[in-house]
Unconditional design. Structure first.
Length: 398
């Protein structure tokens, strides 16, 4: 059995994207014939097909020769995001007018709003809400520096993915399409035997055999087909003509060349490369979630370049009350209080309505998440609640 790590803030969306940001320490040797990645040192970079060591300037020079650079990340590793930022900064220095950056984390239906944010016509808070609607409020901190740099330099940002609404609608349609033969039986639902083998192993390890494997595969296909369509369409458009596009996506979407690289190349025959990160066990700085997967050996390289980085997530550093919330006629209603959470310690109860926090009225659960995103541990905030029709102020130590 081989261990995989999971991005914690994607756990709730696991049914349709379990594999998105996983780490694969147990399978690295199958795609790296010359160098055992677990023997690599911090910031060592290798060219996977030859095992040749590269300096960072050498890597950046090679990346500059491509039209698309896929950077596969573990979503919850701060060091992966630092690699992405270094890639973006270096390529911007070389091609300040040509660079564009596409994100799996942004829904394509929001492209106009993303453009407004880049132009300063949409507030930062509204952009974060946009990000959170289809990804996660807690996850934004991992991408904050990248987005700040892109906006400060007015670098084109491309929203690539399906929206949460589209995903849920697609799943509902699939479940009710018994007579449409959409969910036909194997052999190859994805028309890629290698990726399907990997996904089936991921599903078995994560869902423990429960759920609908065919639906899981078709939703994954929707996810990647949408991103591939948007990448190809942008590069064929006047706005994307001659652009150099960096695509930031979960490692599973780009590793071994299946997924996005293969799908985009089938649409548009242009040069690309795949840059991945890897963390040997000795460089893991705090606990990450893992799952047992009997991952198949596949006759494919992992990618073109591998960059050795440490691993650290922000779990335990981010401020949260530890409550489940839903919208209400007035304020937001607590529907769950986590055991041992800040909320439990301060006496919050299921059914309480949070009306105001730190002087800001709250109308939506995202209002509170956005407010807490800007707070630090150790801060004290006043929270106004309505409990059974009576207002009560609680001083909360975050």
């Amino acid at each position: 059995m081989k261990f995989f790590t999971l991005s914690s803030f994607l756990f709730s969306a696991i049914f349709f994207m379990a594999a998105c940001g996983t780490r694969q320490p147990g399978i690295m040797l199958g795609g790296s014939p010359y160098v055992d990645p677990d023997t690599m040192q911090r910031d060592e970079i290798i060219h996977l097909p030859t095992g040749t060591a590269l300096t960072q300037p050498e890597l950046f020079s090679l990346l500059a020769n491509e039209r698309i650079i896929y950077v596969g990340e573990g979503h919850d590793n701060i060091y992966d995001h630092r690699v992405e930022l270094e890639v973006v900064k270096n390529l911007y220095q070389r091609f300040p007018e040509r660079l564009a950056v596409g994100f799996e984390m942004l829904a394509h239906v929001n492209q106009e709003k993303v453009d407004l944010w880049l132009a300063g016509e949409l507030s930062e808070d509204d952009f974060i809400r946009l990000f959170a609607d289809d990804w996660s409020m807690a996850a934004f901190v991992y991408y904050r520096e990248i987005f700040a740099f892109l906006k400060s330099r007015q670098i084109s940002v491309r929203a690539l993915n399906v929206s949460r609404h589209e995903k849920m609608g697609f799943m509902s349609e699939m479940k009710s399409s018994d007579d449409k033969n959409i969910l036909k039986d194997p052999p190859e639902l994805l028309e890629d035997i290698y990726q399907e083998q990997a996904l089936r192993a991921m599903f078995a390890g994560h869902a423990e055999g429960h759920g609908d494997i065919k639906l899981f595969l078709k939703v994954h296909q929707l996810w990647e087909e949408t991103m591939a369509d948007n990448i190809a369409a942008y590069l064929e458009s006047p706005a994307g003509d001659e652009k150099l596009l960096v695509v930031i996506a979960g490692g599973f979407h780009v590793t071994r060349g299946y997924g996005l690289p293969r799908r985009v190349f089938q649409r548009k025959k242009i040069p690309y490369c795949v840059l991945l990160t890897h963390t040997p066990v000795a460089l893991v700085e705090n606990e990450r979630q893992t799952m047992d997967v009997d991952f198949p050996d596949l006759p494919l390289y992992l990618g073109d370049y591998l960059w050795c980085v440490p691993y650290r997530n922000l779990k335990g550093q981010q401020v949260k009350l530890g409550v489940g919330l839903k919208s209400a006629d007035k304020g937001i209603e607590i529907v769950l209080v986590e055991a041992g959470s800040v909320a439990e310690k301060h006496g919050f109860k299921v059914g309480d309505l949070i009306i105001n926090c730190a002087g800001e009225d709250l109308d939506d659960p995202l209002d509170l998440s956005l407010l807490l995103l800007k707070k630090s541990k150790g801060e004290v905030v006043e929270v106004l609640i309505d409990r059974g029709g009576k207002l009560q102020s609680i001083e909360v130590l975050l």
